[in-house]
Design a protein around this ligand. Structure first.
Ligand SMILES: NC(=O)c1ccc[n+]([C@@H]2O[C@H](COP(=O)([O-])OP(=O)(O)OC[C@H]3O[C@@H](n4cnc5c(N)ncnc54)[C@H](OP(=O)(O)O)[C@@H]3O)[C@@H](O)[C@H]2O)c1
Length: 277
């Protein structure tokens, strides 16, 4: 199903969606799909200029958009962004916590053992993924509490299900994101409203700037051993394309999934289901 067919199925007219890290590869694709479904989309990123590549795609679509500066680790920048979003769109219905990622400095390799990984790099990855999900959930989730409804969607990963080699901080951080998704789903429903739902998607392997250095050779572009192993363990036999996430994302943000909260949905071509034999 292509993007045009998908956007015909969902209508987010009158609903606003905040996407942290929305100028990135996966967040940007989600932003384009949501604008195509008539949503009012706020891209919140620490380098808003990165969103320029998306704007042409937005303008042929029907929804509205704005781009705001916000660093997911600096609460006051998110509060400032939230005030602007509410002033322009009137409300905050959905939050996608897309800012996140790994850092090569927190990755083991032949020249850098686990024992040598710098504390600062480990802390950076743990903070970006876990606190970078919790802090925006505090800031934007408060508006949902005021409205008695809303949807938060987090981005977990395959390594949250079973840790992957070489990336200890990223694996631990994404496992924490899955755990926090369950925690916040229960908390929002019990303390505030069952109409505030919190879920996550766990993307499989998508070839993006964050993992290109692990999956392909820098010089030749050929698959690394790790890239080959991943494809061998992916029943669908390919890496994911950013558009592969969209059906699940739109469904989880829409009232079609109104009784679904606290789930972490793998979108992985079967990787997490396959034992390897
Ligand atoms: N790609 C995959 O295969 C894959 C698989 C599973 C999960 N994920 C997760 O999916 C999410 C999106 O990944 P992606 O591949 O689209 O990565 P990406 O292209 O690097 O997008 C991430 C975006 O977040 C921004 N960002 C980083 N730190 C930030 C901060 N402190 N405050 C605000 N924005 C910040 C980045 O800006 P800068 O460019 O300035 O850093 C970038 O625009 C991440 O959580 C990632 O861990 C990706």
């Amino acid at each position: 199903m292509n993007l045009e067919e998908l956007t015909r199925l969902y209508d987010f007219t009158g609903r606003s969606v905040v996407i942290t890290g929305g100028a990135g590869i996966l967040g940007g694709e989600m932003a384009c799909a949501l604008v195509g479904c008539n949503a009012s989309v706020a891209i919140v990123d620490r380098d808003p200029a990165l969103a320029d590549r998306l704007i042409q795609r937005f303008e042929v679509n029907r929804g509205r958009y704005l781009v705001a500066y916000g660093d997911v680790l600096k609460k006051e920048t998110l509060e400032e962004a939230a005030r602007r979003i509410v002033a322009e769109f009137g409300r905050i219905d959905c939050l996608i916590n897309c800012a996140g990622g790994n850092d090569p400095r927190a990755t083991t390799n032949s020249g850098q053992s686990f024992f040598d990984l710098p504390e600062e790099a480990l802390r950076f990855v743990l903070d970006l993924n876990l606190l970078g999900t919790m802090i925006p959930s505090q800031v934007f989730g408060k508006y949902m509490v005021g409205q008695h409804e809303g949807v938060i969607l987090n981005i977990s990963s395959m390594n949250a299900i079973r840790a992957l080699t070489r990336i200890p901080a990223y694996s631990a951080a994404k496992a924490s994101v899955s755990n926090f998704t369950q925690w916040l789903a229960v908390h929002m429903a019990q303390e505030y409203s069952p109409n505030i739902r919190v879920n996550a998607v766990a993307p499989g392997f998508f070839l993006t700037e964050q993992n290109r250095f692990l999956l392909t050779d820098k010089g030749s572009g050929a698959l690394t051993d790790r890239g080959k192993k991943i494809l061998d363990h992916t029943p669908a036999g390919r890496f994911g394309e950013p558009e592969d996430l969209l059906g699940a994302v739109l469904w989880l943000l829409s009232p079609m999934s109104r009784f679904v909260t606290g789930v972490v949905l793998p979108i992985d071509g079967g990787f997490s289901a396959y034992a390897g034999v």
